[in-house]
Design a protein around this ligand. Structure first.
Ligand code: ADP
Ligand code: MG
Length: 238
């Protein structure tokens, strides 16, 4: 379970419309990548899906249910940010478990889930450390682990690798791909990196100035870009 329908979503900040009518279908288990230039509305669209931002109009439907009025914590979504957003005073274990604890999950169940997630992400040696004692790559794995323990229907990643150096970007990207295969969860992933998009995506959504230019599989976009913009972004000859 984890299908998503975005129906004619518009979002304005004051007089400025940053999402100009977005329509998108994501099927359960799909890995969908949003690409597009800085400022085109990628983060805003993720935030509207997560409920961190209300749309001006349109609907967000998860598993057939309109969640437009559902608070973020009740949407079955977990989001991973570029900046990790970990609590500096909490250990890795408690960073991962805090959300579940607040939701009233029994301690034994929290420990069980932390055990599974930390094993998947090779975080067992670091569970008692604090974020300041970790590398950037380890911190991002903790943020991903914190999402995994919530067992969300939908994972949202907002440029999760942008603060990592080149080698770590490759490693962490492979870990995210592996996580997707193991969990069979629906994942929506924002990047402006063409290689990340081409290697991770089942489906790529090319955004430009608040609109979708094209939706398609990596090879489809590469071989048949709808216009110069898509061709330029995907790096295909046209
Ligand atoms: P992206 O993630 O693609 O770089 P964003 O979704 O962050 O783009 O931003 C899209 C546009 O909306 C930008 O012009 C940005 O300045 C504007 N914007 C984003 N958040 C706000 C906000 N809270 N208030 C006003 N404008 C915003
Ligand atoms: Mg952004």
């Amino acid at each position: 379970m984890g299908s998503l329908n975005i129906e004619n979503v518009k979002k304005a900040f004051g007089p400025v419309e940053v999402l100009k009518g977005i329509n998108l279908e994501v099927t359960d288990g799909e890995f969908v990548v949003f690409v597009g230039p800085s400022g085109c509305g990628k983060s805003t669209l993720l935030r509207v899906i997560a409920g961190l931002e209300d749309s001006t109009s349109g609907r967000v439907v998860i598993d057939g249910e309109d969640v437009s009025a559902t608070p973020p914590a009740k949407r079955g979504i977990a989001m991973v940010f570029q900046t990790y957003a970990l609590y500096p005073h909490l250990t890795v274990r408690n960073n991962m478990g805090l959300g579940l604890k607040q939701a009233g999950t029994p301690a034994a169940e929290i420990e069980r889930r932390i055990g599974i997630a930390s094993s998947m992400l090779s975080l067992e040696p670091y569970l008692e450390r604090r974020p300041a004692e970790l590398s950037g790559g380890q911190r991002q794995r903790v943020a991903i682990g914190r999402a995994v323990v919530r067992e969300p229907k939908l994972f949202l990643f907002d440029e999760p690798l942008s603060n990592l150096d080149a080698a770590l970007r490759v490693n962490t990207r492979l870990e995210i791909a592996q996580l997707h295969r193991r969990l069979k969860a629906t994942m929506i992933y924002v990047t402006h990196d063409q290689v990340e998009a081409m290697t991770l995506a089942d489906k790529i959504v090319v955004l430009n100035a608040g609109r979708i230019e094209q939706i398609g599989g990596p090879m489809e976009l590469y071989n048949s870009p709808a216009n110069e913009f898509v061709a330029g972004f995907i790096g295909s000859p046209k």
